[in-house]
Design a protein around this ligand. Sequence first.
Ligand code: ADP
Ligand code: VHF
Length: 389
Amino acid sequence: MDTQAFLPQVLPAWKRAVLKVGSSLLAAEGGGLSPRFALGLAQLVLESRQAGREVVIVSSGAVAAGRAILPRAGDAAPTIAAKQALAALGQAQLIALWQRFFDAPVAQVLLTHDDLRDRRRYLNARSALLELLRLGAVPVVNENDTVAVDELKLGDNDNLAAAVASLVDADLLLIATDIAGLYSGHPGRDPAARPVARIEAVTPAVLAMAGDAGALGTGGMRTKLEAAAKAATAGISTALFSGRDGAAVAALGQGRLHGTLVSAQGSRLRARKQWLRHAPAAGVLQIDEGACAALLRGASLLPGGVRAVAGDFRRGDVIEVRAADGSVLARGQAQYNAQDAARIAGRHSREIEAVLGFRYDEAMIHRDDLVLLQAAGQTPIDSNGETTA
Ligand SMILES: Nc1ncnc2c1ncn2[C@@H]1O[C@H](COP(=O)(O)OP(=O)(O)O)[C@@H](O)[C@H]1O
Ligand SMILES: N[C@@H](CCC(=O)OP(=O)(O)O)C(=O)O
């Protein structure tokens, strides 16, 4: 395939990224996995970590790895069940491949889209991934193919990577594939296909440029653009580039992208705050004056400042935070369900474990999951969202 090169462009500055690596980059020609292209990508991860950035890897390749272990399971047109078996067989090797490049421990995280749709599991996955990053581990995520087969059918690891990018509050989604970026038509079939370096919005016309997968991948450019569109709405930019092109991969470390950049729609923080502001509230925490002052200073809401709990919310639900006079001070995502919140209300954070028998977080609502609806000294808002002055 003779395709035109992409001119370099500036990669947006980032602190935390999700790097999605397709099967097309990890599958060896004779079956199994090859370190050939993974090496350069791992180098990029290492350099980024040394520069104080964090990277979560979303890696496909378990099915390809499984093929080398039990070739007869991967006959010409394997069924979904055979692909699931191959994925289960190959997953350990996939993790072992990534571990080869890092002194830091590699952590295997298997997720499904359903896990991320369920608020409680979403929050659990988030805490676990953020803790892994805090500990300096290299999280490597793949779809849990034993219990969900979306990715095996649709190549949805692209979409999973976008969901993970939102989950961990990444500011960039890097999608490494076997082609330099998006072309205006399928490069194998359209000789006039041109590089598309920049996409401001993933419109139907942009989606129409994308065709199916290459020989080894699933989903092709379409799922990559869908993923980029989701990331964009969450305030995250996406870079599509070739993981086979060592120079293009090395350039990313210097902040230059040879590939396609899909721009974020607004900032990540704005998108998240917007969601917290408008998601239906499942309950209410009434807090004391000390807690009000702490929230206005930008602190988390600790159980000690909670006076009363109302509603039947679950961990991860959005709830309102009201001052003693009933005015709505803030909204945020609950770390504890209503029952547990009621049991720890008024208690010191260090008592949480003794009361509940476990502890998710020292806060009832973490400051990253909280949006203030009043600034210090501002007019309070009543429970209908109207100003009370
Ligand atoms: N408009 C397009 N521009 C670039 N690649 C495209 C386009 N349409 C389809 N493709 C195909 O998408 C492939 C990459 O997707 P895929 O095979 O699913 O890889 P991965 O395993 O990295 O997810 C390319 O190799 C190319 O054949
Ligand atoms: N979970 C599957 C990934 C399937 C998938 O999305 O593949 P790809 O299109 O190469 O990213 C595997 O590990 O083989």
